[in-house]
Design a binder for this molecule. Structure first.
Ligand code: PLP
Length: 421
């Protein structure tokens, strides 16, 4: 880690990978297989991070390996259209009918940034609404945080983001029907788009209250604003049709990433044909990329989508998630340890908190020291849990019920250590 810190800020290429929140040094991995990761000292970890969401089939699924290998033999990039990228767009649309047209990009960040540009162009409005605790990548206008007091006044979420860039981004509390109704009553006719993670995973998992997403859909329709679902995590994770399928809500635009790349760098956005037609070269909204629709990534994505259709994938993921939730809740009850679990299928967050977590504020109130302590105990027992209390953990189709039992007993040992402390 000392060597890594010399050449990489914080020793990592993405801050979420750092162990700052939990203390200690992250393992350096050099190999993975199915549901396991191996570090350079030969330790094996049960992987609950899964590259922060993409690896829904686990590591090195035979079909994904075969798809990438076959493509690799044919070429790594062509700089021209391919049949496979058309096929991926069609396969996405088959599962999420709201994506009448799709554009592939290289990351979720790009997907959200571009969807917003398109929404602003299509509506001729600048104002964007996002929610505190929802993450849509690190582009300037999305790195805004709520100012104190008045919700309409946003602050740059990072040094280097000009005040002017976030002046047109309003940040509202998630799950707060009154806040969004009041905002739309006042400024709805200026809103280009509302962007939301329909099942937020970036403040930890938070579930939308019944009727909340429907309300956002109604308000945006009524005021001529667009609704952008950021399904970079939830897409093909929470169900075959993503969160929009699960809740039967049709957004105007959708952002995808993670699962559709099978572990390779991919993002996508898509939606209504009349909107997507405004993108260059069909229209004049500019948006481009050298390695878009990269053949290796597209091959991996197609293999993942096809594999997810085999058998009862989503029921199995749900069963594993339910087993983990029940196991940890049971153990916590026996020990009298106050915690909350928010879960949607195979994405789950444990909060060390005595009250329900429904938004960013309540997530922040969870006990971070307790989390750090339990995280350390889990790691000692070979369980790689995300090193932040505000991340979702993920399960894959390669996890077995016996793996879940192991996680529950490691978590129980972590709570025992908390009691003893
Ligand atoms: C991960 C994530 C992004 C950003 O995707 P990158 O590929 O990391 O740029 C955007 N939105 C959501 C909801 C995400 O979880």
């Amino acid at each position: 880690m000392t060597r890594a810190r010399q050449s990489l800020p914080g020793g990592v290429n993405s801050p979420v990978r750092s162990f700052r929140g939990v203390g200690g040094t992250p393992p350096f991995f050099n190999r993975a297989e199915a549901q396991f990761l191996y570090d350079i000292d030969g330790h094996r970890y049960l992987d609950l991070v899964l590259a922060y969401g993409p690896l829904i089939l686990g590591h090195l699924h035979p079909q994904v390996v075969a798809a990438i290998s076959q493509q690799l033999a044919l070429g790594e990039a062509f700089g021209g259209p391919t049949e496979a990228e058309v096929e991926l767009a069609e396969q996405i649309a088959r599962r999420m009918p709201s994506l009448e047209m799709v554009r592939l990009v290289n990351s979720g960040t790009e997907a959200a940034m571009s969807a917003i540009r398109l929404a602003r162009a299509a509506t001729g409005r600048d104002l964007l609404v996002k929610f505190a605790g929802c993450y849509h990548g690190h582009s300037d206008s999305l790195l805004a945080s709520a100012g104190s007091g008045v919700a309409t006044f946003s602050l740059p979420g990072s040094p280097g983001v000009p005040q002017g860039t976030v002046a047109d981004t309003a940040v509202l509390p998630f799950n707060d029907e009154e806040a969004i109704s009041a905002f739309f009553a006042r400024s709805g006719d200026q809103v280009a788009a509302v962007i939301v993670e329909p099942v937020p995973g970036n403040m930890g998992v938070v579930l939308p209250r019944a009727g909340y997403l429907e309300l956002i859909r109604q308000l945006t329709l009524r005021h001529g604003s667009l609704l952008i679902f950021d399904e970079v995590i939830s897409g093909f994770r929470v169900g075959r049709g993503g969160a929009q399928g699960l809740f039967s809500i049709t957004p105007d635009l959708t952002c995808l990433g993670k699962v559709i790349g099978g572990g390779l760098p991919v993002g996508a956005f898509g939606g209504r044909r009349d909107l997507m037609y405004q993108l260059a070269p069909e229209g004049n909204v500019y948006q481009a990329g050298t390695l878009r629709g990269n053949p290796l990534a597209v091959a991996a994505g197609l293999a993942v989508l096809s594999e997810l259709d085999q058998g009862d994938s989503y029921q199995r993921l749900e069963a594993l998630g339910a087993q983990l939730e029940a196991g940890i809740l049971g153990a916590a009850q026996r020990r009298g340890c106050p915690l909350q679990i928010n879960r949607q299928g195979s994405m789950l967050t444990v909060y060390f908190s005595g009250h329900a977590v429904t938004d960013y504020q309540s997530a922040l109130e969870a006990d971070r020291e307790a989390f750090a302590r339990v995280h350390w105990e889990l790691l000692q027992r070979g369980v790689f849990w995300p090193p932040s209390p505000f991340e979702s953990l993920f399960l894959s189709l390669r996890h077995e019920p016996a793996d879940i039992d192991l996680v529950v007993s490691a978590f129980d040992a972590g709570m025992a250590a908390l009691e003893a402390a």
